[in-house]
Design a binder for this molecule. Structure first.
Ligand code: ADP
Ligand code: ASP
Ligand code: MG
Length: 421
């Protein structure tokens, strides 16, 4: 069996849903699992709604009714008689109001997950109904009954033992009770042992597909994107970017970790562990081969550019002039781990430790605060991290000219630069 994953861009409107349905008809097998994200920018809209609810803003009703209208319109365009789907949308929207009524201001991340998870429930209700109406039998499954995590809200950590058992049981049950039915489920969402909804981190639907593939020993995962595959740079930033036909798990992890947003960085490991190939293909040109990520000795030798915006460079020096040694480093890392801050680059000298971090404002402020007594902490915001794999000095020069280089790190193949415009 295969796992197919369709992201927000592929189901952003009624035409998108029809296209996804045609791809499934032409390319999928009946025993497959299909994973779908929220439509278009719905997750962003739900984040706004969460902020409005927790900030008691005046526009809560307006934002929620816009979200409902967006889904109503898509459903009405897809179905001549949309009543059952409209009812399903209506009751999911009602859930947002319930959460709003009960919302306690003390745990932002928890409330966020209860609201934001509705996006995937909405999209999959619509797509499942459309597949069934189009003669492709499919069974809608709640991903919260499949993937179990701890309660690190907004970045649930998977409990693999329970998840594997739940996924295998659900899959085998459908296979025996409804042979010939596709299984359709949500990306990005899961549940905790208390049955609360939780999310796996923004853009986490790719990871959901990979979790399911791991648990079912899938033969392949296909992720359908709005690009021809994995390119040697983001084509939105470098229009001349070229397709990489085949890359290794290793290269894929390195690229996604440093900010190639085409695949969520956590996607690769479960697949690598079971040697399951990942194909990244275009939902606009489904007949093209796309990129194959797998267990190949092949090393990508094309220069590859990865830009990670919204970085902060933090420089930490002990106030008492002690060296940056094991003791200091472990203290600093305890504070980092506690807050789940993402470290993208680090460098140390005798008295200084520099870290390039994702600029998640609240976390970074708390981190700096926690060190203030013993360390002098300076920081530069509005930075970007540029990673060039297979660099040459000439290429590096042409991509950094006019920019202030705050930090540079080189290995034989890769150069990384923290830049400020
Ligand atoms: P999804 O619809 O699954 O959410 P995303 O929008 O998250 O898809 O990911 C696809 C986007 O990733 C592309 O539109 C492209 O701009 C971006 N991207 C970034 N780096 C790369 C890369 N190296 N190769 C291809 N696409 C890339
Ligand atoms: N809908 C979620 C997001 O936009 C998950 C995903 O699309 O992968 O972050
Ligand atoms: Mg996305």
């Amino acid at each position: 069996m295969q796992v197919f994953k369709f992201g927000g861009a592929s189901v952003k409107d009624a035409a998108g849903v029809k296209n996804v349905c045609e791809i499934i008809r032409a390319h999928s097998r009946p025993e497959n699992v299909i994973v779908i994200s929220a439509m278009g920018k719905v997750t962003n809209a739900l984040e706004q709604i969460t902020d409005a609810i927790l900030g008691n803003a005046a526009n809560i009703d307006l934002l929620i009714s816009q979200l409902k209208e967006q889904h109503f319109q898509i459903a009405q365009e897809l179905f001549p008689s949309a009543k059952p789907v409209l009812d399903a949308i209506e009751s999911l929207i009602a859930e947002i109001y319930w959460v709003a009524e009960e919302a306690q201001l003390k745990n932002y991340d928890y409330e966020y997950d209860q609201i934001v998870s509705i996006g995937e429930l909405l999209s999959t209700r619509i797509v499942a109904a459309y597949l069934n109406a189009s003669g492709i039998p499919c069974e809608w499954i709640d991903a919260r009954d499949l993937i179990r995590t701890d309660d690190s809200f907004r970045e649930g950590q998977v409990d693999w033992r329970i998840t594997e058992a739940q996924i295998q049981t659900a899959y085998n049950k459908i296979r025996t009770q409804k042979p010939g039915f596709l299984i359709l489920t949500q990306g990005f969402i899961a549940s905790t042992s208390d049955n609360n909804s939780i999310t796996l981190g923004r853009e986490g639907s790719d990871y959901s597909a990979s979790i399911i593939a791991y648990c079912l020993n899938a033969s392949e995962v296909v992720i359908w994107k709005d690009v021809p595959g994995v390119l040697n740079a983001d084509p939105r930033i470098f229009p001349q970017a070229e397709l990489l036909h085949e890359i290794s798990y290793y290269d894929a992890i390195e690229m996604t970790y440093y900010g190639a947003t085409v695949i969520h960085p956590k996607t690769i490991k479960p697949l690598q562990n079971k040697n399951i190939p990942l194909r990244v293909k275009s939902f606009l040109n489904p007949l093209e081969a796309g990129t194959l990520i797998g267990n190949t000795e092949l090393r990508n030798e094309k220069p590859t550019f990865i830009r990670k915006p919204e970085q902060v460079l933090v420089s930490i020096s002990p106030r008492d002039f002690s060296f940056i040694i094991e003791e200091n480093i472990s203290e600093i890392f305890r504070e980092i781990a506690k807050r789940r801050i993402k470290v993208n680059l680090m460098q140390n000298s005798a008295l200084n430790f520099s870290l390039c971090l994702n600029n998640e404002k609240g976390k970074i402020d708390a981190f700096r605060e926690s060190l203030n007594d013993r360390y002098r902490v300076r920081y530069n915001e509005a930075c970007e991290l540029l990673t060039i794999r297979n660099y040459t000095d000439e290429l590096t020069g042409s991509h950094t000219s006019g920019k202030n280089i705050l930090l540079e790190q080189k290995s034989r193949n890769t150069i990384q630069l923290v830049l400020q415009n």
